[in-house]
Design a protein around this ligand. Structure first.
Ligand code: SAH
Length: 290
């Protein structure tokens, strides 16, 4: 739905006071409000409220909230251009290199070099453009582990955009089960899998943790990668052990530096030994073997 921006400009103290009055009064409406500096030298601020266009009386309601002693008259209105912000924000993203992988959007196809394993990720509502430290660290780790160990099948748990599943399919040419708890992510994942020409290798399934018949059919796995978060990873340790073949490899990420030891300890309890940790921007990816 299209939106209207109602805005007014005022000196800093006036704008801030108005914001402090309006914000709690509009809590129920959940209209996004913003306060931004438009003239640094003169200390002029702009207060904006973003409202769906069918809320007809929004302007009157906003103006009724202006305290009588404030030297402002009313709000101006302008339509908000209908922009697909996910696409827009992806356009600004540069391609990411990790190992020999290059993760890029469609606008950067010309950045591919000979020898690159290119992964094209379409803008979507799923995590995994390669820009997050955890994704990049996983790609780097997978690059090494898959080349050294030559796995025959793999699982990408919490696949998001499917970036890691596509990376594994392209690198190792093996079947990959890609799962996510979020059906929107699974849909995006499927589209990206097709876009990258690996639909015959990657199967996308919506499942929380290991709760789906596909795991029994496709597993046990030689290689599991899971870029989720420390706490669910710790909880999933016994099931990871069950779905990995003896001697198989596990690559975990979504873990902060400070959480690394707790995750390694939880997996040691399932007879996993730590092989290597990669650090990136405060996050780690760890390689474990059983
Ligand atoms: N693998 C991608 C995305 C990581 S984001 C990458 O490395 O960039 C983590 C993803 O895990 C999200 O899409 C989230 O929906 C999913 N997720 C979180 N908890 C999960 C669980 N218990 N089971 C399956 N997927 C889960």
């Amino acid at each position: 739905m299209a939106q209207v921006r109602y805005f007014l400009r005022a000196p800093k103290d006036v704008a801030e006071r108005l914001f402090a009055v309006i914000e709690p009064a509009l809590e129920e409406e959940a209209w996004p409000l913003s306060l931004s500096e438009v003239d640094e030298a003169a200390q002029i601020f702009e207060l904006s409220a973003y409202v769906d266009e069918n809320e007809g009386d929004a302007q009157a309601r906003l103006e009724a909230l202006i305290p009588v002693d404030l030297p402002v008259t009313g709000f101006e209105a302008e339509p908000v251009p209908d922009i697909d912000w996910v696409t827009k924000s992806l356009e600004g993203l540069k391609p990411v290199r990790a190992g020999r992988f290059l993760v890029h959007g469609s606008h950067d196809r010309d950045k591919r070099r000979i020898g690159d394993l290119a992964i094209e990720i379409e803008a979507g509502l799923a995590f995994g453009t390669g820009h997050h430290g955890t994704t990049a660290a996983c790609l780097e780790m997978l690059w090494e582990v898959a080349r050294r160990e030559r796995p025959r099948n793999a699982l990408d748990l919490g696949t998001g955009s499917a970036v890691l599943a596509i990376a594994l399919a392209k690198l190792a040419r093996i079947p990959v089960l890609a799962t996510d708890i979020d059906p929107v992510a699974t849909k995006v994942a499927m589209a990206n899998v097709r876009l990258n020409g690996v639909a015959s290798l990657v199967a996308c399934v919506t499942a929380p943790g290991f709760h789906h018949p596909s795991f029994a059919l496709a597993g046990p796995f030689d290689l599991i990668v899971a870029n989720i978060l420390a706490r669910p990873l710790i909880r999933l340790a016994p099931q990871m052990a069950r779905h990995l073949v003896p001697g198989g490899s596990l690559v975990l990420s979504g873990i902060l530096d400070s959480q690394r030891d707790a995750v390694v300890a939880a997996y040691a309890g399932q007879r996993f030994r730590h092989v290597r940790t990669i650090h990136r921007e405060g996050w780690v990816a760890i390689h474990l073997k059983r």
